[in-house]
Design a binder for this molecule. Structure first.
Ligand code: GTR
Length: 426
C-alpha cells in the first residue's frame, strides 16, 4: 500500500515538474535504443511484405493512435461541398482558381472548411496535386486579390481573449515565400490548401470552434477520451477530407496527391500520410518534435515541452511520456515508416535546432529497413549529409542552410522528387 502511495506521489511530482532544460549538445543526448520497426510487439520478426501490411503496420498505427495522435473519425456521411467561385485566368493566366466550401454536418452545418485550389492551365490532363494546411488563411499564400478572406477564431495577443476575426487586407500574400504557387503551376502541379483555424483554431480551447468540438457534441459527449484525437489529428483529418473532394475534381489527378506541411503542419502531413494511403507522396518540412525528429534524442524541443506548450496537439495519453521518452512504445522513425512503400521526403534547416535536424535525418535513416523490405531503395546513405546536399531515392532528405521556414530551395527539391516519383515530365 505504502509503495503504491509513493509511486502515486512520484507520478504527481513528475507530472508537475518543469521540463528538463533544453539540450543542444550531441554529447548531452541520453543513451537510447530505438524500437525496431520490423519486430512485432510479440517479439516476432517481420519477414515479408505481407507480415508488415497485415500485422506490424496496423500494430504501429494503433500505438500512434492510442498513445500519441489519438483516434480520428473517418469520412462523415454528411460530407458535402460546393464550388463557390471559379476564375480561369488566375495568377496571370497560369492557373484556374477555385474556392470550394466543405461542410461536415447535415444541412451544411458545423464549421466549414474552405479549400483554395489552383490548377495549372497549361496542363491538359488531370494534374498531380500538392495538398497542405496553411497557418493563417488561404489569402496569405498568394497576393492574388481574388482569394476570399474568411473569418477565423484566434486568440487576441494582448487580451488573450478569443475572438472571431476577418484578417486584414494587408495580410494578403504574407506567406507567399512559403508557397511558390506560380512555380508549382509552371511545373505542372495543382495546389490545394486549407487554413488551420477552419479545422481547429490553434490554442488549447480552440477545439470548441473546430471539427473536434462539432463531432464531440454530435456524439453527445462533453469530454475527449484519453485516446481521442488532438489538433494535429484534426488538421490531418482535414487533409484527407480535402482529398475526398479532390477525387471528384476533373482537373486534378488525386491518385498523384502529395501531402505536404511545414512544422506543426509537417507533423499533420506525416500523420495524414501515415493513415491515409491514398496520398501518393508525403513531405515533412522541418516538422521536428512530434513529426520526423526522434523523440529519444531529447535534442531541442522535447515531449515535455511540446505537451506543456501545446496541450491540445496530441491525445491525453501522450502526456505520460513528458520527459519519459524511453518508455514510448515507438519512436518517430516508425511514423515515417508507416508511409512505406510510398515515397517520403524529410527536410531540415541548419539553423532550426529546435526541430533537431540530425534527429530528423536519423528517423529517415532508421525507417529505411521498411522500404528495403519492399525491395525499394530508401535513403541510400548512412551519413548525415552536408548542408544543401539532397540525398535519397525513395526516402528523400536534405538540410538546407538557414532558418525554420519553407523556401524556394525546399520547393525545388520537392518538385524534383515529385517529378521523379509521380512521373511528371519536364
Ligand atoms: C513551435 C513548436 C514546434 C513547431 C513550430 C511551428 O513553437 O515548438 O513544434 O511546430 O512551432 O509549427 O512553427
Amino acid at each position: 500500500m505504502k509503495l503504491i502511495l509513493c509511486l502515486f506521489l512520484l507520478g504527481m511530482v513528475l507530472a508537475r515538474a518543469e521540463p528538463r532544460p533544453v539540450n543542444y549538445d550531441e554529447a548531452g543526448i541520453p543513451a537510447y535504443t530505438l524500437p525496431d520497426p520490423l519486430v512485432c510487439s510479440d517479439g516476432t520478426r517481420v519477414a515479408d511484405v505481407a507480415a508488415w501490411q497485415t500485422k506490424r503496420r496496423p500494430e504501429i498505427l494503433k500505438l500512434f493512435q492510442h498513445e500519441m495522435q489519438g483516434v480520428s473519425p473517418g469520412r462523415p456521411a454528411e460530407l458535402k461541398w460546393e464550388t463557390v467561385n471559379c476564375d480561369k485566368s488566375a495568377l496571370g493566366g497560369l492557373a484556374t482558381r477555385k474556392e470550394i466550401t466543405v461542410w461536415f454536418g447535415a444541412e451544411k452545418s458545423g464549421p466549414p472548411m474552405h479549400i483554395l485550389l489552383y490548377t495549372p492551365n497549361a496542363v491538359k490532363q488531370p494534374a498531380p496535386v500538392f495538398v497542405s494546411v496553411n497557418f493563417d488563411g488561404n489569402h496569405t499564400v498568394n497576393a492574388d486579390p481574388g482569394i476570399t478572406i474568411t473569418e477565423q477564431w484566434a486568440l487576441d495577443k494582448k487580451t488573450k481573449q478569443e475572438k472571431l476575426t476577418r484578417p486584414d487586407e494587408k495580410t494578403r500574400g504574407q506567406s507567399v515565400g512559403r508557397w511558390e504557387a506560380e512555380k508549382i503551376m509552371a511545373r505542372g502541379y495543382a495546389l490545394a490548401t486549407i487554413q488551420r483555424a477552419d479545422l481547429e483554431p490553434d490554442y488549447p480551447e480552440g477545439w470548441r470552434h473546430g471539427i473536434r468540438g462539432f463531432l464531440l457534441e454530435k456524439a453527445g459527449q462533453k469530454e475527449f477520451a484519453p485516446d481521442a484525437w488532438g489538433a494535429i489529428g484534426a488538421w490531418a483529418w482535414g487533409l484527407s477530407r480535402a482529398l475526398d473532394v479532390l477525387e471528384t475534381e476533373p482537373a486534378v489527378d488525386a491518385r498523384r496527391a502529395v501531402v505536404i506541411g511545414h512544422s506543426r503542419m509537417g507533423k499533420a502531413a506525416l500523420w495524414a500520410g501515415a493513415q491515409d494511403e491514398r496520398f501518393a507522396l508525403v513531405i515533412s518540412n522541418d516538422s521536428g518534435e512530434g513529426g520526423a525528429a526522434l523523440a529519444r534524442r531529447c535534442f531541442g524541443e522535447t515531449t515535455a515541452v511540446i505537451n506543456r506548450n501545446f496541450p491540445h496537439w496530441f491525445c491525453a495519453n501522450f502526456k505520460k511520456y513528458s520527459d519519459q521518452e524511453a518508455t514510448l512504445p515507438f519512436d518517430q522513425h516508425e511514423l515515417v515508416a508507416l508511409v512505406a512503400p510510398r515515397p517520403v521526403y524529410v527536410a531540415s534547416a541548419e539553423e532550426d535546432r529546435w526541430a533537431d535536424p540530425h534527429g530528423e535525418f536519423l528517423a529517415a535513416l532508421n525507417a529505411e529497413p521498411v522500404w528495403k523490405l519492399f525491395g525499394r531503395p530508401g535513403l541510400g546513405v548512412k551519413e548525415w549529409p552536408a548542408v544543401n546536399q539532397p540525398v535519397g531515392a525513395t526516402i528523400g532528405y536534405h538540410m538546407r542552410t538557414g532558418k525554420h521556414d519553407v523556401t524556394a530551395y525546399d520547393w525545388e527539391q520537392y518538385l524534383g522528387f515529385a517529378d521523379k516519383h509521380l512521373g511528371v515530365k519536364k
